[in-house]
Design a protein around this ligand. Structure first.
Ligand code: GLP
Length: 261
């Protein structure tokens, strides 16, 4: 795992957007794993801009989202399908049939999860996974005690997560208590991944996930096992980390990062 600290939210978002656009240019049939949440809204806005300004071509890209609420139809304004259309898919030239999210409105949830894993496999696996982090330390909706080897499955949402996300619903009481999420094992199978976290409310959980012990109590700590994971944070989200001088040295000096200053 490596940590990159940028001076501001804008610079952190810019770096992830640049890295993602570059990955699409390098591999036009990229399989891209996507996340939702407020942090990602800025990223999608910037990716859409790069698509317009630099003709970043998404026509051959397949996407797989991490999760979806159980009980909401894809047309529901609170569903993650709706979020993705609104913030990203409607602004780029991706083929609708290449955008994959679990459907939380089907009757047979277990079958939906099995099919989702199968489709990821059929597409060749996720090349690049984008991640945010929830207050419980979740990636996707892998709440505390999610098994490190878990696959796509239904998961009960933790009270902290409900607290964090319910005001995004027009009627907070309508927020589902369950979701389908890729498992920690599914996420660890991705070839490359970026976790983007910004703001001071993320600093404590980022410190635990990055520098703390690997524990199923904090799913994001499993990323320490990932072969190529980069955590990109702004100064505020980095505030509780202890090795910041080292992390900054890496960005300033390692050859891999010199084109991204
Ligand atoms: C939701 C998603 C997560 C995401 C988290 C972060 O809970 N399921 O994948 O990481 O939101 O949200 P925010 O960026 O709003 O803090």
């Amino acid at each position: 795992m490596e940590v990159i600290i940028r001076e501001s939210v804008e610079k952190a978002v810019e770096l992830v957007a640049r890295l993602t656009s570059d990955a699409v240019c390098r591999k036009p049939d990229l399989v891209l794993g996507l996340a939702t949440g407020r942090t990602m809204e800025r990223l999608y806005a910037r990716l859409a801009e790069m698509h317009r300004e630099e003709n970043i071509d998404y026509s051959g890209v397949n996407t797989f989202n991490l999760d979806e609420y159980i009980g909401l139809s894809p047309q529901d304004e609170n569903s993650y399908r709706y979020y993705m259309q609104k913030h990203f898919f409607d602004h780029i030239n991706i083929k609708c049939e290449n955008t994959h999210l679990p459907d939380g409105s089907v009757e047979d949830i277990d079958e939906e999860c099995r099919k989702y894993e199968e489709t990821i496999k059929k597409c060749g696996g996720v090349d690049l996974q984008l991640l945010g982090i929830g207050r419980t330390g979740h990636i996707g909706f892998n709440e505390p005690l999610s098994a490190m080897l878990s696959r796509t499955r239904p998961k009960a949402l933790a009270p902290k997560t409900i607290e964090q996300n319910k005001h995004l619903f027009d009627d907070p009481e309508r927020m589902p208590r369950r979701a389908i999420t890729m498992g920690v094992g599914t996420i660890l199978d991705s070839r490359r991944c970026f976790l983007l976290a910004t703001g001071k409310e993320k600093s404590a959980i980022i410190a635990k996930a990055v520098e703390g012990p690997i524990t199923s109590m904090i799913s994001a700590s499993a990323l320490q096992l990932h072969p190529h994971c980069t955590v990109i944070v702004d100064e505020a989200a980095a505030a509780d980390l202890t090795q910041n001088e080292y992390y900054k040295w890496i960005f300033d000096n390692e050859p891999e990062w010199q084109d991204y200053h």
